[in-house]
Design a protein around this ligand. Structure first.
Ligand code: ADP
Ligand code: MG
Length: 603
């Protein structure tokens, strides 16, 4: 039987049309690789700029035409390429950045795969001109349409390298069809330049499109210059509406700028995250940041940030994506936790209104943002003002010779004068006038109080008369048991029944009427994915937030002066009291200087 079957099979095969296995032609290999890394002019520009940055250049000039499809030229003043190496640089798998396997585990350059230049040259017309430090003049090679390279010819060139790419995708019509309008491609080019300029302050960039310079960044070597570049790239509103962060722990450092909750966005369009100078997208990073902002952003709003994570290159695998947009952290959990705690602490500390350049915090100075002050915005948080106030009014009595007892006891938010239209408190402090949104302020202080109580005491537990049973995966059931204590802390008593069944016997009283099964499922999914979950806390916080909102002073209720003062004092002692739960500011200062300007006093 078996023999007959085999004969049957043989009788139908081989058929003469069966293709044979063979090696791909080198040119085709390059074109296939190009498909992975070069999908539009912007990705080509990214590769060229990364090469220039790797070459140690501190000035890079970019000229583009026709959205980059017609022409992109990148010129740098970096180390250059030796004449003998020009052909190699344009050959596949040739790189000067990597020679042994163990180097792959601690890459500090942006490139290492040795495939960008040959890929680009296989889908465009490429001219490479370069002059290395010890060469008397430059040398040039050109790629021909058939994939061959010209012999290097002498060319006039300053120290450094110029790569000129014209007619992108001229020989790959399928790719060309995917190109968008000139304006769209230009937008993508612009974004690439901005992103790299943000991650390399020490390098000067100039970008011109159709011979018109659109971006120009001088080399930014001090904090003020970095602040200017930040404003040029992300806009004045972000520069003025963000706080510097600089924190380090377990061998990692996180620095950059965090947008204030009041500067939230409807899109994720202002989120820059760099790992060792490389812009990356990473789900667990995104999760950590989102969670850190969880409590201060209104649902559906997105935070803005420019963050740099510095980490031992051995702790991050950059070789997971041909375009190098993604990385893999060896210890993703500790990266996640470091980011989450660092950012959350910064936001909670209320230092959010102080704008300082990264590094300034390390140097012990926190310069405030002069432009914002000019506009009459008194930056600085309640906490900061508490300190400033204490410095100004030491407790020795001499400095507190104010007649009114209430005044001597007033904190940085001053003492209440009146209530305006049932909505605002008008208060006076040493700087001038303070306006407080009563409902917003009360909502935040109530909410924080509720949370505080919850942290201090055991959560009120509601045993379930009919326990909720849910079917989960085996891995999730194990997770539920591993985190049983965590669950218990929040009031969930969970038992495992069989391989993949869970029984929930009690829930936090606060969540007694919510969809417990869904919540627990979501929490387990988070734990599975990220090793931690903020969902229980989040669900409880949401609830507290809505209790706080509904329980807070509504507009038009008359408050007595002592009640208003009590609220002011409460705000001074409450975390995050500068914004309400939805990210709106709770108070504003109008300085005497500002008032004087309105009335042209002293002019
Ligand atoms: P990779 O960057 O991964 O090494 P590329 O194909 O982008 O691969 O570049 C190949 C090689 O060409 C680089 O390793 C480098 O030695 C050289 N090279 C490319 N661009 C430049 C430049 N602007 N300045 C100096 N050397 C360059
Ligand atoms: Mg490269």
């Amino acid at each position: 039987m078996a023999i007959t079957d085999a004969e049957d099979v043989q009788s139908t095969k081989p058929n003469p049309g069966t293709p044979r296995v063979q090696y791909l032609d080198a040119r085709l290999v390059d074109q296939i690789a190009a498909g992975e890394i070069i999908d539009r002019p912007a990705s080509l520009l990214k590769e060229l700029l990364e090469n220039s940055l790797d070459s140690g250049a501190d000035r890079i000039d970019i000229d583009a035409e026709g959205g980059g499809v017609k022409r992109i030229r990148v010129q740098d003043n970096g180390c250059g390429i030796e004449a003998d190496d020009l052909h190699l640089a344009l050959s596949r798998h040739a790189t000067s950045k990597l020679s042994e396997l163990d180097q792959l585990e601690r890459i500090s350059s942006l490139g290492f795969r040795g495939e960008a230049l040959p890929s680009i040259s296989s889908v465009s017309r490429l001219v490479l001109t370069s002059r290395s430090a010890d060469a008397g003049h430059g040398w040039q090679v050109r790629g021909a349409a058939d994939g061959s390279l010209s012999t290097p010819a002498p060319a006039a060139h300053a120290f450094g390298t110029t790569v000129e790419v014209t007619d992108l995708f001229y020989n790959t019509p399928a790719r060309r069809k995917f190109l968008r309008t000139e304006t769209t491609e230009l937008q993508h080019l612009d974004r690439v330049v901005r992103r790299l300029a943000l991650s390399h302050f020490e390098v000067a960039f100039r970008f011109a499109h159709n011979r018109k310079a659109t971006l120009e960044f001088a080399c930014a070597s001090d904090a003020a210059a970095r602040q200017r570049r930040l404003a040029a790239i992300c806009g004045d509103a972000f520069a003025g509406g963000s706080a510097a962060i600089d924190t380090a722990a377990s061998g990692m450092r996180l620095h950059g700028w965090l947008g204030l909750p009041t500067f939230s966005r409807s899109q994720r369009d202002m989120q820059y995250f760099f790992v060792n100078g490389r812009a990356v997208r990473d789900a667990s990073v995104a999760h950590a940041v989102r969670r850190a902002y969880d409590d201060v952003l209104y649902h559906g709003r997105h935070p803005a940030f420019v963050l740099f994570l510095e980490i031992d290159p051995r702790g991050v695998d950059v070789n997971v994506h041909p375009g190098k947009h993604e990385v893999r952290f060896r210890d993703a959990r500790s990266v996640h936790d470091f980011l989450f705690h660092g950012i959350q602490r910064q936001i909670a500390s209320g230092q959010n209104a102080v704008v300082a350049a990264p590094g300034a915090a390390l140097a012990g100075t926190t310069p405030t943002y002069p432009e914002a002050q000019q506009h009459g915005l008194r930056l600085g948080t309640v906490r900061e003002q508490v300190h400033a106030y204490r410095d100004l009014h030491p407790a020795d009595g001499a400095a507190t010779a104010v007649s009114d007892q209430a005044r001597t006891e007033a904190g940085p938010l001053g003492f209440a004068l009146a209530q305006l239209k049932g909505v605002y408190i008008l208060a006076e402090n040493s700087d001038g006038l303070i306006l407080v949104d009563i409902h917003a302020a009360h909502e935040r202080t109530t909410y924080e109080n509720l949370k505080q109580q919850l942290q201090g005491d055991a959560v009120a537990v509601q045993p379930l008369l009919v326990p909720v049973s849910l079917v989960v995966s085996e891995a999730e059931a194990e997770l539920a048991m591993r985190y049983a204590d965590e669950f218990k802390r929040f009031g969930f008593e969970i038992e495992r029944l069989g391989v993949a069944n869970l029984i929930v016997r009690s829930v936090p009283a606060l969540l007694a009427c919510s969809d417990v099964a869904t919540l627990i499922r979501d929490v387990l999914a988070d734990l599975n994915e990220h090793g931690q979950s903020g969902r229980m806390q989040h669900a409880i916080n949401e609830l507290l937030s809505s209790i706080a909102c509904h329980g807070s002073v509504r507009a038009n209720r008359h408050l007595t002066i002592p009640e208003m003062n009590a609220l002011l004092r409460e705000m001074e002692h409450t975390d995050r009291s500068d914004q309400c739960n939805h990210g709106r500011p709770t108070w504003r200062q109008i300085s005497m200087a500002e008032l004087d300007k309105w009335f042209m006093r002293g002019q």
